[in-house]
Write a protein that binds this ligand. Structure first.
Ligand code: FES
Length: 202
């Protein structure tokens, strides 16, 4: 279970870089006037991406000013949703889904690999500074369980050996291939397909 923690060591300053200022303005313009504070989630995500995948308190304050809304409201959003990291994470951030479908297909074996290869403790950055891991709730790829997310990609149909190989690659700073590790295309059946046989693109 992912426990939200606020980093003890906080940044002193934060502001969007030029590119993100433009992007933030564009996002805000998608909302009607009077409703532009609804852009808060997207702006928090921009801040996270800009700041090595975590959001310091000073960024929440900056976004509050940017959207002309109370800081506490930005804080509430950032602390509610699990996709926002409020402490530093590894360059490779492993999110292991342990909700029921993944759990009954071996998610805790993947957690054990993360404990062995990355760090004994959830949320702790590995000694080489490269990786960290957490448990998360369903990531919406249950049909290819068990699965994990690393940064912005999904890795599916995993088992401990496959995850070990993925970690070997990230340790070498190589990008592992996302998708099914049983060579399925998307969520297609592995064999004996019985439906949509007449549909060429199914
Ligand atoms: S239960 Fe793991 S992706 Fe849904």
């Amino acid at each position: 279970m992912n426990i939200k923690k606020i980093a003890k060591n906080q940044l002193k300053n934060f502001e969007f870089n030029k590119e993100n200022i433009e992007l933030a303005k564009k996002i805000i313009s998608n909302y009607p006037e009077e409703k532009q504070q609804s852009a808060v989630m997207a702006l928090l995500y921009l801040a996270q991406r800009q700041n090595y995948n975590w959001i310091p308190l000073v960024a929440m304050k900056y976004i509050a000013k940017f959207l002309d809304m109370p800081y506490i409201k930005v804080y509430e959003v950032a602390t509610f949703y699990s996709m926002y990291n409020l402490t530093p994470v590894g360059k490779y951030f492993f999110q292991v889904c342990t909700t029921t479908p993944c759990m009954i297909r071996g998610a805790y074996n993947l957690v054990n690999v993360c404990k062995k290869r990355i760090s004994e403790n959830e949320g702790e950055i590995s000694k080489d500074g490269n990786s960290s891991w957490i448990e998360v709730e369903c990531l919406g790829a249950c049909v290819n369980a068990p699965m994990i997310q690393i940064n912005e990609n999904y890795f599916e149909d995993l088992d401990p050996e496959k995850l070990e190989k993925i970690i070997d690659q990230t340790n070498q700073n190589e990008a592992p291939k996302p998708g099914s590790y049983r060579r399925r295309i998307n969520a297609e059946p592995e064999n004996s397909r019985k439906t949509l046989l007449g549909n060429k693109n199914a």
